[in-house]
Ligand binder design. Structure first.
Ligand code: ZN
Length: 416
């Protein structure tokens, strides 16, 4: 084995061991608390609902561990096992030039990776989600989605890959700066185009009908001085009974979208409180901060890639014989998560901090009491666990655990 391979293998093992350990901790914690509903939720959630949430969390955890092991084996097979090298050597035979070979290698890799992923996705939707009554997908919708996704990824992805590889080949020492600019511009265009041109390929959007919900929302938007291009209802129930609400777009092209499943299960006052929380993310500039952070990380990533791609050692240590821009890009994207896993808790902490701020905003502009009631309703409906392991939560959860979040809401909203 190459000496430098250890720089990959050691963090790889550490990350995998940590992920498994956290998953087992979560399972043990949820199992321990399965017998009784936590005191503060006793009047709103019954034992059956609590145990369904526990079983759902345990089932997702078990499947998650299998997927984790499979993806780890695959990562080793692609790199040290010689998978990428074989792909590279095979396609180099056609002597198409660096950019064309690069596009062929990256596309073949992505195609193979998505094919390998299909059984797991089928299992997750048609066995796991189905068993707990969440799956609303039919096999037809599943394959139509897959087909649309593939076409869309090709239509958007190929020009982007060509551009990045061309910059890497020909733009000189500062290619990474240009590539970063290109990616940034591309993401902004996508954010703008998503609500109008991309989301409608997969779902139907209808303006929210007149009624108590709409009049409450209109008042809330006026009160907080928020301009949007309308409030829409999305037919999320075509795929899953999990509910959600979100904002998309930016600038003048902002839209508020509610899943039909969410509107069905919440009262108008609760819907208003949920929207006030989402507005809080906007008003407290969380969306902007998130964008700046991801731009900074992309820039750092490209800078590291620029330093690595001239070192033959980088390729050899990861099982690839010859240097190339496209293989540098592919290897970097494959192995980066092994190194970034341990900054996960910092990102999760930052996100939970934003959730508290958005909750405080909702308590001020709408109602803490209604938001609490909506949250409990959503935990119940989505079978979310009320008793996560604290360490697991610190690593992964973008939202604070239910009891902590509700305690905070009671405090800022002066709710008894
Ligand atoms: Zn939030």
């Amino acid at each position: 084995m190459h000496t430098y391979t250890w720089i990959f293998i050691i963090p790889f093992i550490l990350t995998l061991a940590m992920q498994l350990w956290l998953s087992f901790r979560q399972a043990a914690h949820v199992t321990r608390h399965r017998k009784a509903v936590p005191e503060e939720f006793k009047d709103k959630i019954n034992l059956d609902e609590h145990q369904k949430a526990a079983d759902y969390t345990l089932a997702k955890g078990r499947f998650g561990r299998i997927e984790l092991l499979l993806s780890s084996v695959l990562l080793l097979a692609w790199t040290l096992g010689g998978g990428l090298n074989a792909l590279d050597q095979g396609l180099r035979h056609f002597a198409m030039g660096d950019v064309a070979t690069g596009v062929a290698v990256i596309l073949s890799f992505m195609l193979l990776a998505s094919l390998i992923d299909i059984p797991a996705t089928l299992y997750r939707n048609f066995v796991l989600e189905e068993k707990f009554g969440f799956n609303k997908l039919t096999l037809k919708t599943f394959f139509v989605d897959l087909f649309k996704n593939t076409l869309l990824s090709l239509a958007i992805g190929v020009p982007l890959i060509v551009l990045i590889l061309w910059l890497m080949e020909s733009a000189g020492d500062f290619w990474w700066l240009y590539a970063w600019l290109a990616i940034t511009l591309f993401s902004l265009v996508m954010m703008w185009a998503f609500p109008k041109f991309i989301a409608p390929i997969f779902n139907k959007f209808q303006p929210l009908e007149e009624g108590e919900v709409l009049s409450r929302i209109t008042k809330l938007l006026e009160r907080t001085g928020f301009n949007s291009q309308g409030v829409f209802v999305m037919d999320g129930s075509r795929r899953s009974s999990h509910g959600n609400a979100y904002f998309t777009g930016f600038g003048k092209n902002k839209r508020i979208v509610f899943f039909d499943t969410l509107l069905k299960h919440l009262s108008p006052a609760e819907v208003e409180a949920v929207l006030a929380h989402e507005l809080g993310h906007f008003k407290r500039k969380h969306v902007m901060k998130g964008l700046v952070l991801s731009m900074t990380m992309t820039l750092a990533g490209f800078a590291v890639l620029a330093a690595l791609m001239n070192q033959l050692t980088f390729f050899n240590a990861l099982g690839v014989e010859q240097k190339s821009t496209y293989m540098a890009l592919l290897l970097f994207m494959l192995v980066a998560p092994v190194y970034t896993f341990f900054i996960g808790p910092i990102m999760a902490w930052w996100s939970r901090k934003h959730e508290f701020e958005a909750d405080a905003f909702a308590a001020k502009e709408s109602s803490a009491k209604e938001l609490i009631s909506a949250l409990v309703g959503l935990y119940k409906k989505n079978a979310g666990t009320l008793t996560p392991d604290p360490l697991h939560s610190a690593f992964y959860d973008s939202h604070p655990p239910a009891s902590i979040r509700i305690a905070h809401l009671k405090q800022v909203g002066g709710v008894e």
